[in-house]
Design a protein around this ligand. Sequence first.
Ligand SMILES: Nc1ncnc2c1ncn2[C@@H]1O[C@H](COP(=O)(O)OP(=O)(O)OP(=O)(O)O)[C@@H](O)[C@H]1O
Ligand SMILES: [Mg+2]
Length: 237
Amino acid sequence: MTVVALEGVRKVYRSGAVEFEALKGISLQIRQGEMVALMGPSGSGKTTLMQIIGLLDRPTEGRYLLAGRDVTTLTENERAEVRNQEIGFVFQAFHLLPRLNVLENVEVPLTYAGYSPKERRERAIEVLQKVGLGNKLKNLPSQLSGGQKQRVAIARALAMRPSLLLADEPTGNLDSKTAVEVMQLFQELNEEGTCVVIVTHEPDIADYTERIVRIRDGQVESDAPNPHRKRAVGGPA
Ligand SMILES: Nc1ncnc2c1ncn2[C@@H]1O[C@H](COP(=O)(O)OP(=O)(O)OP(=O)(O)O)[C@@H](O)[C@H]1O
Ligand SMILES: [Mg+2]
């Protein structure tokens, strides 16, 4: 099954009288179970593309089918609903809520989806154990290492059991050992069937994926299987 199908997606940013065409007609398909790296120079349009795939932004032109459904015509509320149910996000800067503890941060999307306090707690604990943080439930984000913060963000992204996990430079703020641990976690999730798309500048990180899409000046420059695919080994510290 095709999870993401983009057809001729253009994105034009407007600020006052100035227009900038960040995406110049992107067509891209990502199938169920794939793990893809999105690479390309700074300013080439990677984040713009991820925001469109993640329904945080709309294309100016073109079509987007998510799991076969045309999501370009949905209302804001419908898009928020699909985002909550189907898509998990991980960002370079973690974006955790500083006043909430680890458990509460992971409960946020579950609260939004209307789960009961008991269900929320159970699910949040389950995903936090999965990312190796079952012993940090009551810690505040400020009391965690970078790698631990990113694992909380990953747990939060997984809490709703999304079919698509999008990560924009998820290892950008991590040391190389911790980065490999995060990639191992992504590989495990991918093996369980989650579609994973990762933006990265680092060839070492892209090598953990099976397909590399290169973006340049708002266009797909190349799209090819990764012949060097590596397996991340070693558990979370
Ligand atoms: N809100 C905006 N308004 C105007 N221009 C924007 C906006 N957001 C992004 N751009 C422009 O669109 C282009 C693509 O930006 P984008 O953030 O997608 O690049 P990127 O590939 O993610 O870069 P980086 O690797 O530095 O994160 C850039 O030239 C940027 O200046
Ligand atoms: Mg970016």
